[in-house]
Write a protein that binds this ligand. Structure first.
Ligand code: NOJ
Length: 756
């Protein structure tokens, strides 16, 4: 449910890779002299030498295949769809030519449910942790809970084999009065565990199974379940169900069916294999993860309660899952709107269980503005993307509360979605500074530039511009000329301001500080040019054609590297209390001149607006994780997930990636790839087909589900252009313009596009 308030397994972050981290499996082979050879088929924590080790991160599962001492283990680890248990389906095979007698001991170590308390209270926590044995016929279930939750939240750990003995106390399991180690638990050298039911201390669950003699080539299967229910009685039906191998097989098959169907929403075939593998599988998979976890839980975002769901991040994450999970998108959008404030600005982040929101880092510095200047504008983009994808225009009239509550925790005011969007716009329109640009708030998209009150943000101005363009298109579709005229006027006003105040001569500036001095200007020593200031001036529709080209050329000439585009350059070289967080990093790291990948897809999109398909694809390819296998020793990141940042050439470890999985890069790289480079965009009236591809491509194909029909799109590029459409037919009939109509007939439709 929640990694901060309902954690089950103890994961101690930042320990060496070799350390036990909350869960493992031990096997032990009985030797001729009666002693045991104990090892872990997961490698950690016993670190025995392996003959083979393979870890496969699949769709909703992880599979570890290893071979040690003639024993092959294949462990498939997954959560069944819609279920709350973790299954470890472990198949053990004797590869040797001798019979082997083997025991299996899966182990988990529990944490207090309040994960942070586990770390900061070593008195109360151990006094509250308890374990209890349940027998279910031949089977054993270990229950574990914090005393106060004995009747409400029972963790359970169980398996599909009879358990010979068990342990629930870490000290007894490791042995030697607490001086035993996870690398060699002393209790595993005795025939049986102690069957102790811990009533305090460091609780674990260890289940010792005698799997018996394995003949050469023989395989046996152990299935463990770790989960939580109000009581063991309530958990029993599920526990019994998943003891059955057929139920585990069916659950795994259902998981794969879910993913096949999910991914079938958009499938592409381009001349670039790495792009295909990202767009068809790994990128939508990552977007599903960011949709679920925002920036809350990963190996980098530790889920200890500090962040929860971020308003800005989740608004953006939502955009990339709308084609696949529109209902999830709608729920998330409604949740986000419920933490928007009555003045139109938004709370910065919230806990999804309690819905208690906060203002992020801003309260740490009460002298600075206590809001973020961009959050509320992102939700305009998310709502409009939802409407274009689904056509669910009734959502605009859904009534959602604003965040402020009375003393009974009841909302002080509610408004329609339409009203929420309008207040977001009006907040920014009125929240401007001395140059007429939006004030910067505590921060804008760049969390780390925290300028004193009075600073202005060109990023916020441009995001306001994109949001206004979305609302203009919506008003036009709805036939509301008054709204279209109003938002167009706002757009024209800000466009004039940005061009009068924001142009630096060769590129756009990024901020004005509290004294009215520019940042992102050739006059600065550090941070002379910022990538977002250029791309977003194009995305907002504010840049004139000539300036758009100059700004994007400046990105290419002054910022780009073969590993991606840094967020700015040069980095601050020392802490500067005026700019704040950005200068806590050394030059070339994170937001201080690092390659902050989230910014890169926006440049791709901007390039497609200029029709420069070769450059857009160059930017796409240079950050594509699937194209980085050869650089893995420097890059270090999984080659199937976008990371948040790569150290730039300003840093001695240039090329090292960090913070994979939970990054806005995922959503925007997917959007840039599918909607702007391949150019298939949902609109109110149909699917707009407007590719911007490398001139050398002879075309591509896409299958796209949209509004109840499946479109089989073939784009050919006989003339070797990057942009432009010479003809378009749907089911053999020519169609004027670039938009394929909505059919909503459950049928397949063939779309043939010739570029030229
Ligand atoms: C990561 C944060 O999650 C995101 O909201 C922010 O835009 C970027 N850092 C840049 O500061």
């Amino acid at each position: 449910g929640d990694p901060a308030l309902n954690r089950i397994v103890k994961y101690i972050p930042q320990m060496p890779d070799s350390d036990f981290k909350g869960t493992t499996l031990y096997l032990r082979v009985k030797q001729g002299d009666g002693s045991y050879r104990v090892f872990s088929p997961y490698f950690v924590p016993t670190l025995d030498p392996y003959d083979r080790y393979e870890c496969r991160v699949g769709m909703g599962y992880t599979r570890i295949v290893s071979e040690f001492y003639g024993i092959r283990t294949e462990a498939t680890i997954f959560v069944p769809q819609g279920d709350t248990r973790l299954i470890r389906d472990i198949q053990i095979t004797n590869l040797s030519d001798q019979p082997v007698e083997l025991d299996a001991i899966p182990v988990v170590e529990y944490t207090h449910f309040d994960a942070l308390k586990q770390f900061n209270n070593a008195d109360w926590v151990p006094q509250t942790m308890q374990s209890e044995l349940y027998r279910d016929g031949d089977y054993t279930i270990l229950a574990q809970y914090a005393f106060m939750r004995r009747k409400t939240h029972n963790n359970f750990f169980t398996s599909n084999w009879p358990v010979a003995s068990f342990e629930t106390d870490r000290q007894k399991f490791l042995g030697d009065n607490g001086y035993g180690t996870w690398a060699n638990p002393l209790s595993l050298h005795a025939p049986e565990l102690s069957n102790y039911e811990a009533r305090r201390g460091d609780n674990i669950g260890a289940l010792l199974h005698h799997l018996g003699v394995f003949q050469p080539g023989e395989t046996k299967r152990l299935i463990t379940q770790l989960g939580q229910e109000a009581s063991i009685e309530k958990a029993l039906p599920g526990i019994r169900k998943f003891r059955d191998e057929a139920a585990a097989n069916a659950a795994f098959a259902a998981l794969q069916d879910f993913w096949t169907d999910y991914l079938d929403t958009i499938q592409v075939e381009t001349p670039d294999a790495s792009m295909n593998s990202m767009l068809n599988v790994f990128n939508p998979r990552q977007c599903h993860t960011t949709k679920n976890w925002s920036r809350y839980l990963s190996l980098y975002q530790l889920g200890l309660g500090a962040r929860g769901i971020g308003f800005r991040d989740t608004s953006q994450d939502t955009i990339a899952i709308l084609a696949h999970s529109p209902e999830d998108g709608k729920k998330l959008i409604a949740m986000l709107l419920s933490v928007q404030m009555r003045n139109g600005a938004a709370m910065h982040q919230f806990n999804p269980l309690t819905m208690v929101a906060n203002m992020g880092e801003a309260p740490l510095d009460p002298e600075r503005p206590q809001y973020y200047s961009d959050d509320h504008l992102w939700i305009v983009l998310a709502v409009c993307a939802y409407l274009r994808e689904t056509g669910d225009m009734a959502f605009l009239d859904a009534v959602i509360p604003y965040y402020e509550k009375d003393k009974h925790e009841q909302p002080l005011e509610s408004g329609s979605v339409r009203d929420h969007l309008d207040r977001a716009i009006e907040f920014t329109r009125h929240d401007t500074g001395r140059h007429g640009l939006p004030l910067a708030g505590y921060a804008d998209w760049n969390d780390t530039v925290n300028l004193p009150t009075g600073a202005e943000s060109l990023f916020t101005a441009n995001l306001y511009g994109w949001a206004l363009r979305d609302l203009i298109a919506l008003a036009e579709f709805e036939g509301d000329p008054a709204a279209a005229e109003k938002y167009s006027r706002y757009h024209a006003d800000m466009k004039a301001t940005v061009n009068e105040q924001g142009w630096d001569g060769q590129w756009y500036r990024r901020y004005y500080d509290h004294e009215g001095q520019p940042l992102g200007s050739h006059t600065n020593t550090y941070g002379q040019i910022y990538t977002n200031a250029q791309s977003w001036a194009v995305l907002s529709g504010f840049a004139t054609p000539e300036r758009a080209q100059m700004a994007l050329d400046a990105v290419y000439n002054k910022l780009n590297t073969s590993n991606g585009i840094p967020v700015s350059t040069p980095g601050y070289n020392g802490y500067d209390p005026v700019v704040g967080g950005v200068s806590t990093y050394p030059p070339g790291a994170k937001e201080n001149g690092g390659i902050f990948l989230h910014t890169n897809p926006w440049v791709m999109i901007a390039e497609t607006k200029l029709g420069r398909g070769d450059r857009a694809f160059q930017y796409y390819n240079q950050i594509n994780p699937a194209a980085k296998n050869d650089a893995i020793d420097v890059y270090e990141i999984e080659p199937y997930a976008y990371c948040q940042n790569i150290l730039s050439p300003e840093h001695p470890q240039s090329g090292l990636g960090r913070n994979s999985w939970l990054s806005g890069t995922s959503s925007w790289a997917y959007t840039a790839g599918t909607q702007y480079i391949l150019g298939v965009q949902p609109t109110y009236r149909g699917l707009l087909i407007d590719p911007c591809i490398p001139a050398a491509w002879d075309g591509f194909r896409m299958i796209r589900r949209f509004r109840g029909a499946t479109y089989h799109i073939t784009v050919s590029n006989p003339g070797g252009v990057s942009k432009g459409i010479a003809s378009l037919t749907v089911d053999g009939q020519p169609v004027a313009g670039h938009t394929v109509p909505i059919f909503d007939d459950g049928a397949d439709h063939t779309v043939e596009v010739v570029m030229g």
